[in-house]
Design a protein around this ligand. Structure first.
Ligand code: BGC
Length: 441
C-alpha cells in the first residue's frame, strides 16, 4: 500500500477519465446535434473527427510544454482546456462554434494523453509503477463507460448539450486536484530544485534507503544534457523512438476503436435490429473494457509487461479471427451471431488487460529523462494519427473489402504485434525508471 502515490496517480488519472468521456460521448450526442443543426453527413463526420485532429495538435506540443513548465502545471492547463472546450461545446449557438469547442476538447485530450502517464510514472515507486499507470487506462475506460451511460440517460429527451457539458465536472476536479498535487521529483531535480525534489522522494518512498537509491539513479541520468525533439534522432535514443512510435500505431491499427466507436454498427451487422438492444450491448462492451483493465492493474508488476501482452494479443487474435469467420457468412444465424458478439467482447477484454494499459506504461518508461517529454509527445502523436486513420476508414474498409476481410486484417496485425513485442520490446518490470535501457537489437 502506497496511499500517497495512489492519491497522486488517481488525481492525474482524471485526465484519462476525460480522455475516455470526451472520445466516447459524441457517438450518442451526434444523433441529436445532427437534427438540431440539420447537419449533412459530411459535416456530422467532421463533428466527430475534429476532436481527433485536436488530439493530434495537443499531443504534438504537450511534451515540450511539460519539459518547460513542469508536469503538474501542464496537467492543470489540460484541465482548463477541457473546461473551456466543454463549456463552448455545450453552450454553442451554431455548428461552427461547436466544431471549435470540440477541437479545443481534443487539445485537452492530446495534452492529458501525453502528460498524465508521464507524470504518474515519474511519481510512482518502481514496484507499483505498472499498476499506477494502468490506473490511468482504467480511468479512460471508466470515462468511456460513463459516456455511454450518460448518452443513454439523456437520449430520451435528446439533451445533447448536457451530454457534452457534463465533462465540466471532472475538469474542475482535475484543476482543483492538480493545484494540491506535488511536482514530479524528476522534473524538480532537472529544474535544480533539489530540496523540494528530495522532500517529494521521501514522501513517495517512505523508506529512506529506497528514496536515496532512486535519487542516485535520477542524478546519474541528469549527468546528460537535456535534449529536445531533435535529440530523439540521436543514435542512443532512436531505438526507443522506434519502439514507442511503432507500438503506439499498432495499438490503434489492431482495431480497438472500431468496437469502441462503432459498436452499434457492428451489432447491426451481426443482426441485432433494435437500437435499444444495441445501446445495451455497447454498455456491456464498456463494462468488459473497464473490468478487464483491473486484471492489468493486479498483474502488470507481478508477471511483467511482456507476458500480459502475449496473452492479451493472442486472445485478440483468436477473437478477431472468429469474427472474420462468422462474418464470412452472408447471413448470421442465431448461434453464429452470438459467437460473433461474444468474440467482440472477448476481443475488448483481452485488449483491456494488455495493449490498452501497457502501451501507455511502456511509453512512459522507455525514454530517458532527457528526452522523455519529447519522446512521449511524438509517440502519442503517432497513436492519435493511427486512431484518426482507423476511425475514418473503418466503414470504408467494410464497404470495399467486406466485413470478414476487415476483421481478418486486424487479426493479422495482432500477430505482427506479437512478433514486434517478442523481438523489440524490453521487459521493464520492477526496474527503476532511470535504469530502463532500450538498446538496438
Ligand atoms: C486507447 C484508445 C481506446 C481506449 C479504449 C486506449 O488505450 O489509446 O484509443 O479508445 O484505450 O479503452
Amino acid at each position: 500500500m502506497r496511499p500517497y502515490a495512489l492519491l497522486v496517480a488517481s488525481i492525474a488519472a482524471l485526465g484519462g477519465l476525460l480522455f475516455g468521456y470526451d472520445t466516447g460521448v459524441i457517438s450518442g450526442a451526434i444523433l441529436f446535434i445532427g437534427k438540431e443543426f440539420v447537419l449533412d453527413s459530411r459535416y456530422a463526420a467532421l463533428t466527430i473527427s475534429v476532436v481527433l485532429i485536436g488530439c493530434i495538435a495537443g499531443s504534438a506540443v504537450a511534451g515540450s510544454v511539460a519539459d518547460r513548465i513542469g508536469r503538474r502545471w501542464t496537467l492543470f492547463v489540460a484541465g482548463v482546456v477541457f473546461l473551456a472546450g466543454a463549456l463552448i461545446s455545450a453552450l454553442t449557438p451554431n455548428e461552427t462554434i461547436l466544431l471549435a469547442g470540440r477541437f479545443i476538447v481534443g487539445i485537452g485530450i492530446g495534452f492529458s494523453s501525453v502528460v498524465a502517464p508521464l507524470y504518474i510514472s515519474e511519481v510512482a515507486p518502481a514496484p507499483v509503477r505498472g499498476a499506477l499507470v494502468s490506473l490511468y487506462q482504467f480511468a479512460i475506460t471508466v470515462g468511456i463507460l460513463a459516456a455511454y451511460l450518460v448518452d443513454y440517460v439523456f437520449a430520451a429527451a435528446g439533451q445533447w448539450r448536457w451530454m457534452l457539458g457534463l465533462a465540466v465536472v471532472p475538469s474542475v476536479v482535475l484543476m482543483a486536484g492538480m493545484m494540491g498535487m506535488p511536482e514530479s521529483p524528476r522534473f524538480l531535480f532537472k529544474a535544480g530544485e533539489e530540496e523540494r525534489a528530495q522532500n517529494e522522494l521521501t514522501r513517495i518512498y517512505e523508506d529512506p534507503a529506497e528514496s536515496r537509491r532512486e535519487e542516485a539513479s535520477i542524478r546519474e541520468a541528469l549527468r546528460f544534457k537535456s535534449l529536445g525533439v531533435r535529440g530523439l534522432m540521436s543514435p542512443e535514443i532512436r531505438p526507443a523512438l522506434f519502439i514507442g512510435v511503432t507500438l503506439a500505431v499498432l495499438q490503434q491499427i489492431t482495431g480497438i476503436n472500431t468496437v469502441i466507436y462503432y459498436g452499434p454498427q457492428i451489432f447491426e451487422m451481426a443482426g441485432i435490429g433494435s437500437a435499444s438492444v444495441s445501446i445495451l450491448a455497447q454498455t456491456l462492451v464498456g463494462t468488459v473494457n473497464c473490468g478487464m483493465t483491473l486484471v492489468a492493474i493486479f498483474f502488470v508488476d507481478r508477471v511483467g509487461r511482456k507476458p500480459l501482452l502475449y496473452t492479451g494479443l493472442a486472445g485478440m487474435f483468436i477473437a478477431l479471427a472468429t469474427m472474420a469467420i462468422a462474418f464470412s457468412q452472408p447471413h448470421l444465424s442465431g448461434s453464429l451471431a452470438a459467437i460473433a458478439l461474444v468474440s467482440m467482447m472477448a476481443y475488448v477484454g483481452c485488449f483491456a488487460f494488455s495493449l490498452g494499459p501497457i502501451l501507455w506504461l511502456l511509453l512512459s518508461e522507455i525514454f530517458p529523462l532527457r528526452v522523455r517529454g519529447a519522446g512521449m509527445s511524438v509517440s502519442t502523436l503517432a497513436n492519435w494519427v493511427g486512431n484518426f486513420l482507423v476511425s475514418q476508414f473503418f466503414l470504408v474498409m467494410i464497404e470495399r473489402l467486406g466485413r470478414s476481410a476487415t476483421f481478418a486484417i486486424y487479426a493479422a496485425l495482432c500477430i505482427v504485434t506479437i512478433v514486434f513485442v517478442r523481438y523489440m520490446v524490453p521487459e521493464t518490470k520492477q526496474e527503476l525508471l532511470e535504469q530502463v535501457r532500450v538498446s538496438a537489437r
